[in-house]
Design a protein around this ligand. Structure first.
Ligand SMILES: [Zn+2]
Length: 287
């Protein structure tokens, strides 16, 4: 069965909370649509899980985009998640990546985290590539931007990806600095004993009972995640007319119908000169 869920857990006596995300059905749909090679697929999967984990730490309405651009084998990795947990993602690559080392793949580059609120201005944070793994870079990001200790574990297999996030919240239940530090260390040390295979295959309940035998921890309700693309005829038409008009004329001289494929979901769109004009005029009338 395809399981695509995110689930929060909380400890009764510490200011630490966690989120577990598992993607299988969504992940398979996304990678099969584009026929990504295994190394690229695994890294894209990590980006997808990471974007869902990050979105769970903030309140927003709109979408969060996590992306990295490189000059080598991978030119783009991008994962998007909306506040209601609809995800999509793409990778552009020259060839498969066998050892997905972030510092090699995106040398000299940065990760970008963009929040696009449904209403209001988008804002972007650049995250330095501070380690060889995506999780290292994101932990660094939280440390810098939120000043909250955060631990992220990501694991990918050929047909599923999972992630676990722990975050120490501002002091509420425990005010003693040393006790807070000890609790954080205790919980993260336990979490580090989880293997990739366990994170991929175990349910949220089983992960918690495997890790936290003596701690008072509660798992909250599951939230479903869906793969949904936001492409449309109108958006594709708008993207098409961004092309230089002389170039567009030349394209229509060559072929009666211009075909465009959505990079995210592979959906095909076709426009003749007439249908393109009609779509854009229809848009204008609405606005
Ligand atoms: Zn699409």
């Amino acid at each position: 069965m395809a399981i695509d869920v995110s689930q929060r857990f909380i400890f009764d006596d510490t200011d630490i909370r966690g989120d577990i995300v598992s993607l299988s059905g969504c992940f398979k749909e996304i990678i099969t649509d584009n026929d990504y090679p295994p190394g690229v697929a695994a890294l894209l999967g990590e980006f997808l899980v990471a974007s869902v984990l990050m979105s769970s730490t903030i309140k927003f309405e709109g979408r969060l985009v996590l992306q990295a651009r490189g000059k080598g084998d991978l030119s783009l990795l991008m994962a998007e998640v909306t506040h209601d947990r609809q995800i999509r993602g793409i990778a552009r690559y020259k060839q498969d990546v066998s050892t997905p080392d972030m510092q090699t793949l995106f040398a000299g580059g940065a990760l970008a985290v963009t929040i696009e609120p449904a209403n209001g201005e988008r804002y972007q944070s650049l995250v330095p590539i501070a380690g060889s793994k995506l999780s290292d870079c994101l932990e660094h990001y939280f440390e810098q931007s939120e000043q909250l200790s955060t631990s992220i574990t990501l694991a990918s297999a050929h047909d599923a990806v999972s992630g676990l996030l722990l975050q120490q919240l501002p002091s509420q239940l425990v005010t003693d600095v040393t006790e807070r530090a000890n609790q954080w260390q205790h919980v993260t040390v336990l979490t580090n004993t989880l293997t990739d295979e366990e994170l991929i295959t175990l349910s949220g309940t089983d992960v918690l009972s495997r890790l936290f035998v003596e701690e008072q921890v509660r798992l909250l309700d599951e939230n479903n995640i869906q793969f949904r693309c936001t492409c449309s005829t109108e958006r594709t038409a708008r993207a098409l007319v961004l092309i230089d008009s002389a170039e567009l004329d030349a394209m229509f001289d060559e072929t009666a119908v211009i075909e465009m494929n959505c990079e995210f979901c592979s959906k095909q769109y076709a426009f003749s000169r007439q249908t393109l004009t009609e779509v854009l005029e229809g848009e204008r009338n609405i606005n």
